[in-house]
Design a protein around this ligand. Structure first.
Ligand code: AMP
Ligand code: MN
Ligand code: MN
Ligand code: MN
Length: 296
């Protein structure tokens, strides 16, 4: 059979991407991909639309979510949950908790910006986001449009990133809770873009991965737009050593991260076998827990 490629990490308007879920799927088709996972931050609201578009377009689809976990600054730990089941109460609890964290943080950012003389309101930000997941990229887009900054990146550098004038952190789950809730939601937990942990050395990275495996981690994102050849090799070796699934994706966000294209992880394509292995793992996990009816 002809070799095909996939993308297992991307965002839609359901979180901080700029294309609607169905449009992300159609772009995947344009790029010749044979399967897609939508991994919006803190929500699966785009799953239904993406899944039905994928069915119409004849490509394969698996649900996904990306969540942040507590991790010492300046690193960030993001976990992907593949095959989470939108019907499970655990997933609803998880997304509710994550959205509350945003609802507590966002007004602080807006108040600070107003104090700094920026003309911006919460209503504008809600309108910009269009969905339920309201994030800093939506605020950045308004700052850019109104001419306070010359790019989204500058909005982060000056105002929204750690050290910026209007930076506030949101509450995060512990890694234990994040992995645990992905599992309870019927998902396969995967460590996203390990480079963003900003580990000091390989031993520290390996310890973090081992700790996560003890909590139930099943995979590691090997291919990503932030990963160079040496990193791809390092993370593949870790996957091999610990029997982890390898995943990969572009982290496409539409024009919010204009340099990133769907299906392209820093010049590399993501092999179909990554998707097939995830689907197998999801099926096996569902059989083990007796939740066969939910297996997709
Ligand atoms: P939030 O989830 O609201 O805390 O916003 C985080 C999101 O902002 C990330 O998922 C990225 O999409 C985006 N982001 C974070 N840092 C930057 C940056 N320096 N430049 C552009 N986008 C960023
Ligand atoms: Mn994002
Ligand atoms: Mn991420
Ligand atoms: Mn992402």
């Amino acid at each position: 059979m002809k070799e095909t490629f996939v993308d297992l990490h991307c965002h839609s308007t359901a979180s901080d991407g700029t294309l609607a879920p169905a449009r992300v799927v159609r772009l995947a088709v344009e790029r010749g991909l044979s399967a897609l996972a939508l991994t919006d931050h803190d929500t699966v609201a785009g799953t239904g639309e993406a899944e039905s578009e994928a069915r119409k377009a004849g490509i394969d689809f698996i649900s996904g979510i990306e969540i942040s976990a507590e991790y010492p600054h300046p690193g960030t730990m993001h976990l992907l949950g593949y095959g989470v089941d939108p019907e499970r109460p655990a997933l609803r609890d998880l997304t509710r908790t994550l959205l509350e964290g945003r609802d507590n943080r966002n007004p602080k950012i807006i108040a600070k910006l107003r104090e700094l003389g920026v003309d911006i309101s919460m209503e504008e930000v809600v309108a910009e986001a269009g969905g339920k997941v309201i994030g800093r990229p939506h605020i950045a887009a308004i700052l850019h449009r109104k001419g306070y900054v010359s790019s989204i990146k500058q909005a982060f550098d000056k105002y929204l990133a750690p050290g910026g004038l209007a930076y506030f952190d949101k509450e995060r789950l512990t890694p234990k809770n994040a992995v645990g809730m992905i599992l309870e939601s019927g998902g396969i937990p995967v460590l996203a873009h390990p480079i963003q942990l900003r580990y000091q050395n390989d031993a520290q990275l390996e310890r973090t991965v081992k700790d996560l495996i003890d909590l139930g981690l099943r995979g590691i994102e090997v291919l990503h737009s932030d990963h160079d050849a040496a990193m791809v090799e390092k993370y593949s070796a870790l996957a091999q050593r610990y029997g982890l699934l390898k995943t990969g994706g572009s982290d496409f966000h539409g024009t919010n991260k204009a340099a990133i294209d769907l299906g392209n992880a820093n010049g590399r394509k993501i092999p179909r076998e990554f998707f097939d292995a995830l689907v197998q793992a999801k099926k096996a996990a569902a059989i083990k827990t007796g939740a066969v009816a939910n297996a997709k």
